[in-house]
Design a protein around this ligand. Sequence first.
Ligand SMILES: *[C@@H]1O[C@H](CO)[C@@H](O)[C@H](O)[C@H]1NC(C)=O
Ligand SMILES: *[C@@H]1O[C@H](CO)[C@@H](O)[C@H](O)[C@H]1NC(C)=O
Ligand SMILES: *[C@@H]1O[C@H](CO)[C@@H](O)[C@H](O)[C@H]1NC(C)=O
Ligand SMILES: *[C@@H]1O[C@H](CO)[C@@H](O)[C@H](O)[C@H]1NC(C)=O
Ligand SMILES: *[C@@H]1O[C@H](CO)[C@@H](O)[C@H](O)[C@H]1NC(C)=O
Ligand SMILES: *[C@@H]1O[C@H](CO)[C@@H](O)[C@H](O)[C@H]1NC(C)=O
Ligand SMILES: *[C@@H]1O[C@H](CO)[C@@H](O)[C@H](O)[C@H]1NC(C)=O
Ligand SMILES: *[C@@H]1O[C@H](CO)[C@@H](O)[C@H](O)[C@H]1NC(C)=O
Ligand SMILES: *[C@@H]1O[C@H](CO)[C@@H](O)[C@H](O)[C@H]1NC(C)=O
Ligand SMILES: *[C@@H]1O[C@H](CO)[C@@H](O)[C@H](O)[C@H]1NC(C)=O
Ligand SMILES: *[C@@H]1O[C@H](CO)[C@@H](O)[C@H](O)[C@H]1NC(C)=O
Ligand SMILES: [Cu+2]
Length: 587
Amino acid sequence: MLALLFVGLAVLAQAKDVLFEITLTWNTSSPDGYAREAILVNDLIPGPPLYVDQGDQIYFVVWNLMPFNTTIHFHGIEQVNTPWSDGVPGLAQRPIQPGAGFLYEWNANEYGSYFYHCHAQGQVDDGCYGAIHVRALEEVARPFSLITNDSQEMASITKAEKRSSPIILSDWTHLTSTQRWKAEVAAGRDSPCTNSILINGKGSAVCLSQAEINSSMTPRMWTVTGGVPYTDMACLPPQLAVGQGNFPHNLSAAPQGLWFGCQASTGFAEVLNVDAKTQYVSYDVISAASTSTFIFSIDEHPVWVYAVDGRYVTPTLADAFTISNGQRFSILVKLDKPAALYNIRTVVSGLNQIMEATSYLSYAGRLKPNSSSQPYITLNGTALTSETVFWEETAAIPFPPVAPSLTSDETYILPIARYKASYNWTLGITQYPTFQAGGDEPLLFNLNAQGSSSPWEIRTQNGSWVDLVIVTEGVASPHPIHKHSNKYFVIGKGTGLWNYSSVADAISAQPSSFNLVNPPMRDTYSTPAAAGNGSWLVLRYQVVNPGAFLLHCHIQSHLDGGMAIDLLDGINKWPAVPASYLHSNGF
Ligand SMILES: *[C@@H]1O[C@H](CO)[C@@H](O)[C@H](O)[C@H]1NC(C)=O
Ligand SMILES: *[C@@H]1O[C@H](CO)[C@@H](O)[C@H](O)[C@H]1NC(C)=O
Ligand SMILES: *[C@@H]1O[C@H](CO)[C@@H](O)[C@H](O)[C@H]1NC(C)=O
Ligand SMILES: *[C@@H]1O[C@H](CO)[C@@H](O)[C@H](O)[C@H]1NC(C)=O
Ligand SMILES: *[C@@H]1O[C@H](CO)[C@@H](O)[C@H](O)[C@H]1NC(C)=O
Ligand SMILES: *[C@@H]1O[C@H](CO)[C@@H](O)[C@H](O)[C@H]1NC(C)=O
Ligand SMILES: *[C@@H]1O[C@H](CO)[C@@H](O)[C@H](O)[C@H]1NC(C)=O
Ligand SMILES: *[C@@H]1O[C@H](CO)[C@@H](O)[C@H](O)[C@H]1NC(C)=O
Ligand SMILES: *[C@@H]1O[C@H](CO)[C@@H](O)[C@H](O)[C@H]1NC(C)=O
Ligand SMILES: *[C@@H]1O[C@H](CO)[C@@H](O)[C@H](O)[C@H]1NC(C)=O
Ligand SMILES: *[C@@H]1O[C@H](CO)[C@@H](O)[C@H](O)[C@H]1NC(C)=O
Ligand SMILES: [Cu+2]
């Protein structure tokens, strides 16, 4: 008790107010060498990183100089007692209109790696994102003694963690997010195809020859397409019903760049300079991707994954790891190799596309490779040799582990399915209404603004334990499901039909598919890929922070198509919104 009290005092002693201001503009930019209109944050893609200490109170001001409405969401930040700063239009706030500003205020109560991004329409795809790093309080236990007990090495690791810098992965298209969505609707197809991958906003659009595309297709890709080769953008062909369903479509209405018409362009490559004298370097690898799940690997450098989605895990050493849209991996890299330039590879892991981006780890300012460094992975994401070690989540349990409740109070089954069109989706019984930036009254301001209940909402009681069972059907690619506010426990997953009447029944029928002892604590986690009979994912969380929060797929075209549901958490303890937010922009 006394110890707890002291921790509390320490928080107060160190906490400070942090003012951070960004200006959003809509200007021409060429992150991969191709000029298009984009959202710049303080003239940059990505926007400037925000570094704060755990316990700090953040005053985050957004000026919208763009010709359309916007909002900013703080991905992974819990927004304890500040649900009006969560940034979802129609749920937490009215949009920020052109020429207007907005003050987001929140507490950095948890340490770790996060990011901010636009949450109106598809604006995150136009370059609107930036890193957030919350440095853990001294008294928070680190898992680093599981890496070393050598005091000198420990000092290097501790220093590296304090200076951890972001590596933001993203995919990029030469169409704007609005052009892209309109094109998908016109063509009647969902597009999982992009032009390039950006690393910290830098990259190039590379066009492979058809021979290279053919030879990089895996046997699984050939099976899925029934022998049809991938398009010239190295994408899954859209004419096939597989992965698209049997819905009307008109591919001739699709502009170049949606699946066909590779446009090569050359931009800069990101170079991360390191100094071997520091012995270790730490990075927050953040996926701000729109479409693809990536595999990330640094040639000749195994990495210690020590935190995932901003929370420490038992560190495990891996040559490569898979990272989905919205996830964050914090890694330590030992700098014990000869001074040279090493390729950092980011490749698409799914069946949607074959694509790779290169950035570099440069020792002592080296700018030219003396010879090409030795990869762990191939262009199609497979291991180059049987020696390659992929990150294994089961070994990387949360540090320290926290167990969820063994039972739940409320259970919701949420089917993911296409809804009357291949580009429209459900997460639950119906499609979420068109992704908005309109002036609807936020549900936080008035719980019954859309009636006393709607098919795209869940109403929970404060304090209760909630199970969300996400169910996919047929052949399904993974969907990274992101929950706003507090994290969930990933207690179970499997492939095949969800044919249980309750989570308890499923646990007794297949106990090995569940973990109630030390399950992952995440804010973004993908449904398992399904080869034919669907798949399922069971997420358990406790309602502790009343407010209106979104649960959604972090693939932007799926969110645009309605793969989302409102979590109206703790309706029995609904918060009173401060007048500054109710009637104004927080100022
Ligand atoms: C950038 O965009 C803003 C509006 O978002 C505009 O006022 C400004 O003139 C643009 N600057 C350039 C260099 O195009
Ligand atoms: C460091 O010491 C602790 C306590 O003795 C031990 O549990 C841990 O395994 C050691 N770590 C390493 C990397 O050897
Ligand atoms: C790619 O594969 C397809 C299907 O087997 C074949 O028709 C085509 O000729 C191949 N293209 C090249 C350049 O190898
Ligand atoms: C992946 O592509 C490489 C060429 O980059 C090819 O040699 C390899 O066979 C492919 N892997 C699989 C599993 O097909
Ligand atoms: C398909 O799209 C093209 C191009 O927009 C259009 O000319 C054509 O009428 C469309 N076909 C159908 C059947 O709608
Ligand atoms: C690259 O060249 C430097 C000397 O210029 C050498 O020290 C280093 O070992 C070389 N690196 C590799 C990977 O061959
Ligand atoms: C897809 O969803 C949008 C938005 O709700 C709707 O306007 C459109 O009609 C839907 N398309 C089909 C084919 O149902
Ligand atoms: C922009 O937001 C305002 C309210 O903040 C709303 O009245 C308006 O309809 C929105 N504009 C668009 C195009 O959605
Ligand atoms: C909601 O429930 C949590 C957990 O029981 C509790 O800590 C919190 O104070 C409650 N909030 C309100 C507003 O009652
Ligand atoms: C439910 O499905 C699993 C496989 O997904 C199967 O093993 C089990 O027998 C099924 N149970 C019932 C009651 O159908
Ligand atoms: C789907 O389930 C059926 C019936 O149990 C089975 O025959 C088939 O092999 C399964 N398909 C896949 C891809 O698992
Ligand atoms: Cu999805």
